[in-house]
Design a protein around this ligand. Sequence first.
Ligand SMILES: C[S@@+](CC[C@H](N)C(=O)[O-])C[C@H]1O[C@@H](n2cnc3c(N)ncnc32)[C@H](O)[C@@H]1O
Length: 258
Amino acid sequence: MREYSEQMKKMLHKQYDAFADNVISKVSPQQNARVLEIGPGPGWGGISLLRKRPDLSLVGVEASPDMVEVATENARREGLESRARFLVEAGESMASIPDGQYDLVISRESLHHWADPKGVFKSISRVLKRDGRVCIYDHRRDLGLLGRLVVAVLGTLRAGKMAGHWKRSIAASYTSEEVRGMLDALGFDDWTVETDLMNLVVYRSYRASPKQVDISCCLPLTSTLSPKGRGNSSFSERQARYERISSGSPPVSDTREV
Ligand SMILES: C[S@@+](CC[C@H](N)C(=O)[O-])C[C@H]1O[C@@H](n2cnc3c(N)ncnc32)[C@H](O)[C@@H]1O
């Protein structure tokens, strides 16, 4: 686990920094905000945010006890143990987290793992303060032509275990319309879903920036889905559609099929 954590830091430190920058520009965390992170894994995303914003404090809720151990150790090594705490807890329940405590909920590349994403969204809204903010980044399965090209090229250049893992994660991820559908079903019409070349972001902010989110050094392709999108689909349906697209079959739009 420690080896995995160090590998992630080495390979992805620029992406963790970009995630932190994007959270800051997207939802402008209030001064001294209490932040909750869902699925922090080794903790590097939240740690980067804490380094950039010394006024913030963070609690990470993480399903894997091993990850909690590693994230706790990483925060300690970075001198952040007084501001970062990690708990073994599923985002769906967050049983140990009281209602209305947090100013901001963040997450990076965890949404596609959640067994019950609508359950997690509901829990987020429970633990947030009334005007609390949300900023969740993940892969998107509804990649455009350019995005699929990036996957094909980088997937070949970075051949190996990580490339396979990356492609499987994209295959398991949601389309922006699926996420919009879940939020609509919950009545969360002040949560926004946006996409860029490779990723989607779900956010709620009282000072939403009209600025382009740059998650992965991409072209200006951001699109926003207003409420009343379509519903959810199962992991296998999502993966099958993605594989059809990747194999060069006719360009089927995920959004038309859902
Ligand atoms: C791909 S890793 C991403 C880790 C980290 N956010 C990063 O960007 O490096 C996904 C993490 O989400 C965690 N996870 C998955 N489902 C979860 C859930 N329902 N509640 C909390 N954590 C979850 C996993 O244990 C894993 O550590």
